[in-house]
Design a protein around this ligand. Sequence first.
Ligand SMILES: [Zn+2]
Length: 439
Amino acid sequence: MPSAVRPVGTAAATRRSGVVKFTNCLLVKGTDLVHEDLWVSSVTGKILNGQELLYGHLTAPDDIIDLGGRILSPGLIDVQLNGAYGFDFSVIPEDGSIAYGKGVQQVNRNLVKGGVTSYLPTLTSQRPEVYHKALPYLSPSGSTRDPNLGSESLGAHCEGPFISPTKNGIHNVSVLQVPHDGIASLAVCYGPSNLTHPTPIKLVTLAPELPGALPAIQSLASLGIIASIGHSEATYEEAKLGIKAGATSITHLFNAMKPLHHRNPGIFGLLGTASSSISKPYFGIIADGIHIHPTSIKIAYNAHPEGLILVTDAMRLAGMPDGVYDWTNGSRIVKEGALLTLEENGKIAGSSIELIDCVTNFMNWTGASVPEALKAVTETPASMLGLGGVKGSLQEGADADLTVLDVLEGAIGEDKRVVVDQVWKFGVKVHDREGQLRG
Ligand SMILES: [Zn+2]
């Protein structure tokens, strides 16, 4: 008998449905904020069709959450995170792989509190044995749909080692490689089993001008792995060949690449190319106020707003006190506030910013609205990763990874600030700032 006609008061009618209804909130829908309720299931971890539930009278919500007019956004996605909370994805601890796996789990549980509900754990250029040991622990982790595990890996981002030795940034030159044999070179480096289905790798950053890089990009695309142009000396023409081979993204635009020159616009020039000639790539932006001038960010955004993805590029010193820290391969890093530099040459050595603060910076620097800025950490990265409608979305059927956000208005002449009040993973509340403040 259909549940709709069960008499009220039976065990069936009083059974908990696992349905949660958010009300008195502003939903992020595209580039708008909309006054609407949102219904989710803590059982399936997905967003439900509110209209169907409302008018079908099939299910009453277990919980009604009044958000007091605050913003309800999809959970944030960071596609470039090298480490955090003292853990570095590129370092296998001395006590081995088990300790590495535990370290990853610890990052996941901490990361979710900042509103980052999914991300790509990112490896800087390393010797092959590091990939062989680390990658199996970085594969997509959401299949159990367990909210208690915290933030979810969507697969690893291998940033290098097939990058330009003259645009290495903080990557150790001695481990860089040339993909002479195309995808076969990548398979030897990352481990053959890590390039076969189901692969733990979601995205590879490489330099398209290197010998063998273009066929490697073609093979990555056919394996469903995203190829992203970065740490590269590519001219505009070489970058365009990379896109034609199947690359769909640019890794931290402006950083570790040739600057825009009026006679050779370099990788940046891809943003100005007519869409009839190539499909314009997505591009990562580190909006920490150190890596890129705010005006450069605004120019890139104006050139291709649908492609802009905010990334932290944060590393393990994020959240640690100022000082000098040992880095890989004998180098040391100086941390002064958000600024991280290599001790030996003063080069910028990654960032220590949180993704929600990138949203705040981006909004204040470009004049983007709150939903426009949030799009750059939700819908746009999800679509770059081929996960549109699954992550980064409030559509019916999407995963119920959510953040409750407040916008703190500054005094006159001061900037606004977006803060994360609550985080929900697979339809279950996993963090509450108020509760934490009281505790
Ligand atoms: Zn980099």
